[in-house]
Design a protein around this ligand. Structure first.
Ligand SMILES: Cc1ncc(COP(=O)(O)O)c(C=O)c1O
Length: 390
């Protein structure tokens, strides 16, 4: 049957994406109890997961949470639906409990929880910034922050990735021309596995009287003795004006948070559109996040194991072309174009290793890659085998 012509534009673009090997699709995967993943009936070692501490496949942890639920049929705490915005009737008691826990852990005046890191990043930035302000961001910040910048009325400039001389140059030239200035960075970059030099950025934001917005999505749970992220590792939590973390990665849940001054929280509750105009998370989800965050400092052995296998894997790959010897558990192997990344991923799949290719436009042209995202439930013997086939 002939397709209605009003769909032609979309079909043409899909064809174009397929020709250029940019086409994305949704894969149906199942987790196996061993922490592996089953795809099209075959079991793989999962090297593309953000479950950095392995908590999402920890059956004992699930069972102890589920036992808690069985003992208490409390819909306010364990209800499966948010039902309305937090500003109406969706603000179930676990929210307050989780926010109190977060501000205690980070020793900050307050904390505010959101539905996701995407909601946080598209909402906080445009709420806090306005015309007459300047936002200076690292060129490799995540798409969610870029979308936040697009929604902001402030002007924007980018500094070269991790190039603090460049950042200072912009601050020096521009600071006096703007009211507020916001510096935006990730603590651990998800596609490169490299880290912000927090000491340098904090010195600059103090020198030029700017706000520092730090997204700890990939460092939360993994870095710092208590697992609070890179700011904890640097002992600089109190210097980060706007510290954002997400629960969808190492915390094995869903949602995000900011820890900040009470005035900022109160302002966001009044002005942040992606907090105000969305249904609250289900209480059971907020309770589960609380359950994990309460235990986050107990997972030091997992953090040490993750660090050890990451280091050994990087040592094993040292001489391989394209390997970026990052300073984290995220290790990219840059292949160049999209086709070569896809081919390498297929080769790995044939040997039961699942590491999806990350292609342009997610990463810049000619830097398509396999992003090895290591997790604490991986064993060194498996990574050693992987290193021999790369
Ligand atoms: C740095 C960063 N921030 C935010 C997000 C979005 O978080 P969420 O998945 O909770 O929407 C991601 C997701 O991958 C991310 O990598």
């Amino acid at each position: 049957m002939k397709e209605d012509p009003k769909y032609d534009r979309y079909l043409a673009e899909l064809k174009n994406l397929a020709t250029n090997k940019h086409l994305r699709d949704l894969k149906s995967l199942e987790k196996s109890p061993s922490g592996k993943v089953i795809w099209n009936g075959k079991e793989y070692l999962n090297l593309s997961s953000n479950d950095y501490l392995g908590l999402a496949s920890d059956i004992d942890l699930y069972n102890s949470f589920l036992n808690e639920i069985k003992q208490e049929s409390n819909l306010t705490k364990y209800g499966l639906a948010g039902m309305s915005s937090r500003l109406l009737t969706g603000n179930a008691s676990p929210y307050e409990k989780l926010e109190n826990l977060l501000s205690d852990l980070y020793n900050t005046e307050s904390a505010l929880v959101f539905n996701s890191g995407y909601h946080a990043n598209i909402g906080i930035i445009p709420a806090l910034s306005q015309k007459g302000d300047l936002i200076i961001s690292d060129e490799l910040i995540h798409a969610s922050m870029i979308d936040g910048l697009r929604l902001s009325k402030a002007e924007r400039k980018r500094f070269n990735h991790l190039d603090y001389d460049h950042l200072e140059l912009i601050l020096k030239e521009e600071r006096a021309n703007y009211d507020q200035v916001f510096i935006i960075a990730e603590s651990l970059y998800s596609m490169n596995g490299d880290c912000t030099d927090l000491k340098k950025v904090v010195d600059l934001k103090n020198k030029y009287n700017a706000f520092l917005y730090l997204d700890e999505a990939h460092a939360l749970g993994v870095r710092g003795i208590k697992g609070l992220g890179l700011a904890e590792e640097y002992n600089l939590i109190s210097e980060i004006d706007l510290l954002v973390g997400t629960f969808g990665k190492a915390i094995a849940s869903q949602g995000a948070f900011i820890v900040c001054k009470k005035s900022i929280k109160d302002f966001l509750v009044n002005k942040m559109r992606s907090l105000i105009f969305t249904t609250a998370l289900p209480p059971i989800c907020v309770s589960w996040t609380h359950f994990i965050m309460e235990r986050i400092s107990d997972y030091n052995e997992k953090r040490i194991h993750l660090n050890t296998i990451s280091q050994k894997f990087k040592n094993a790959l040292q001489s391989k072309p394209g390997v970026n010897l990052s300073n984290s558990h995220i290790i990219p192997l840059i292949t160049g174009d999209n086709t070569s990344a896809t081919q390498l991923a297929e080769k790995l799949q044939s040997q039961n290793f699942l590491a999806f290719p990350i292609r342009t436009p997610t990463v810049p042209e000619n830097t398509a890659r396999i992003r090895f995202s290591l997790t604490a439930n991986l064993l060194w013997k498996d990574l050693l085998t992987l290193s021999t086939i790369l």
